[in-house]
Design a binder for this molecule. Structure first.
Ligand code: SAH
Length: 481
């Protein structure tokens, strides 16, 4: 069983940093079911491949199995496909051997772990229950292009027909941690089996590694069902936790995974473009004290922190889980004191007034309004534009006109299951003009992402300014002589 990961990112040998495995060495890892080896068949600046080979010991597996000895030792337990194919053993090996990469950690080069890189994953033999159709239905909505070659039962006897195994190559520009998480979850789903007992802990694993993408995946029910070995009550609980609303009042506005970027937007690299556009607008307007409302995992804050002109950065979110992740991502505990003093994360809801936010000269709400149902949206409008009244507000939201460009998005679904609505360009412009009129702002519009001539950009942005330029608004007026 072989999993090869290849990148053409320059320098391609960065893959070694990301995997925490030196390209010049062959490394061996002892796992409970056999040995894993990592080696690099090629490693130069243009192209680098890391191979993970599993040597599963089927006899050892049977010997170590709990239960009365001698019971059930049918031949099948010794002679089976497990040593040769990708299965739940591969998931365990990914977690053990590539654990840091799977969890998005790269001590030597943290920026690499966050970067989307051109990556290929090749699996020498992947059992696919449901064949190529299911294989495509699982990977393509995540943005992969896929080559699949069905393997014969025996090359020497083509008349025996085909096996249920495929040689598969997946390609995408993704973060390595996302690719590994997709393989971790979807390999046993395709195999439709697991080598170990599945209980509650398995729900946690599914939600942890399915975070950010599973909720929006069109096949999430099938994935949960198969991942949890068709135990209906486990699958039901997993889906409930994935989609259900959290208990407390404030959090009830959002689903637990509301902070995740919709999986179907990933191939457009929209998030990065959004953040870069927002940072650009803030800098053009000379903003210095910025409140990021609904900051999620703190991606925008992380970007703004790099520019010294932002003196004060506040991130607010109602989800404690998102704030925890923001704290980790931004490395707050380890920031030098001066940097640390520039940034603060606040737990709060955008639909209530919040004294802690006064004095900001700009507020951003990036992909947030579509998570608020109408009464909450109305409350948010007043809190932001009437009470807080920052001189600059930058707000983005999906453009519903563009949704026809997502082939896997059914016409009656939103990009993310937690979205309460998605506005067309006309609806957004109408809403923004109404806000500007009611609260004394000027509204201008920008596009984010590649603009479709007919359907517009994937993300739409409104920039609200109060007529006074920021420099004047921020200066206390001179006392009259
Ligand atoms: N701005 C971030 C996250 C967008 S997802 C980004 O672009 O990556 C929407 C975020 O809004 C989630 O993190 C969610 O927890 C937060 N949110 C939704 N309703 C909220 C409310 N009423 N108060 C505060 N935050 C809210």
């Amino acid at each position: 069983m072989l999993l090869s990961l290849t990148t053409t990112h320059r320098p391609a040998t960065d893959l070694g940093f990301l995997l925490h495995k030196h390209p010049a060495k062959i490394q061996t890892f002892a796992l409970s079911f056999g040995q894993a080896y990592v080696f690099y068949p090629e490693a130069d600046l243009e192209r680098c491949t890391a191979a993970l080979a599993l040597d599963i010991d089927p006899v050892g597996l049977v010997r170590d199995r709990q239960g009365p000895s001698g019971e059930n030792r049918a031949l099948e337990q010794y002679v089976n496909d497990r040593p040769y194919v990708a299965s739940s053993f591969l998931s365990v090996a990914i977690a053990e051997v590539y654990g840091s990469a799977l969890n998005g950690r790269c001590a030597a080069r943290p920026e690499l772990a966050d970067a989307r890189l051109p990556l290929d994953a090749e699996l020498s033999a992947l059992p696919c229950r449901g064949g190529e159709t299911v294989l495509r239905r699982l990977f393509e909505p995540l943005g992969y292009s896929l080559e699949a070659e069905r393997l014969p039962l025996d090359k020497q006897f083509p008349e025996w027909g085909n096996s249920r195994y495929y040689r598969v190559r997946l390609s995408a520009t993704v973060r390595l941690q996302d690719l590994l998480a997709h393989l971790y979850v979807l390999t046993p789903v395709l195999d439709d089996d697991k080598h170990y007992w599945v209980g509650d802990a398995e729900i946690d694993k599914l939600l942890r590694h399915g975070d950010d993408w599973l909720a929006a995946h069109p096949e999430r029910d099938l994935i949960a069902r198969r991942y949890l070995k068709h135990q209906k009550s486990l699958a039901r609980r997993a889906l409930e936790r994935l989609l259900a609303e959290d208990g407390d009042e404030a959090t009830a506005a959002i689903g637990p995974d509301a902070g995740g970027e919709p999986a179907l937007e990933l191939p457009l690299r929209l998030n990065e473009q959004r953040l870069a556009t927002v940072a650009g607008v803030l800098r053009e307007h000379g903003a210095r004290r910025v409140a990021d409302l609904g900051c999620g995992e703190g991606k925008l804050l992380g970007m703004l922190l790099k520019y010294p002109e932002f003196e004060r950065l506040l991130g607010v979110d109602v989800s404690l889980r998102a704030l925890e992740r923001a704290r980790d991502r931004l490395n707050l505990e380890r920031l030098p004191e001066r940097q640390r003093a520039r940034i603060e994360l606040l737990h709060g809801s955008l639909i209530y007034r919040d004294e802690r936010l006064t004095g900001c000269d700009a507020a951003t709400a990036i992909e947030v309004v579509e998570h608020l149902d109408p009464p909450r949206l109305a409350a948010f409008e007043r809190v932001l534009f009437e009470t807080l009244q920052p001189p600059l507000v930058v707000l983005t939201t999906p453009n519903a006109d563009y949704n026809v460009r997502f082939p896997h998005l059914p016409a009656d679904r939103f990009r993310h299951p937690d979205h309460r609505f998605e506005w067309t360009r006309a609806e957004f412009a109408g809403w923004a003009r109404n806000i500007a009129d009611r609260f004394g702002y000027a509204a201008a519009f920008r596009s984010v992402g590649e603009v479709d001539p007919e359907h517009g950009p994937p993300t739409q942005m409104a920039v609200f300014t109060r007529p006074l330029p920021i420099e004047l608004a921020a200066e206390p007026s001179e006392p009259a002589p």
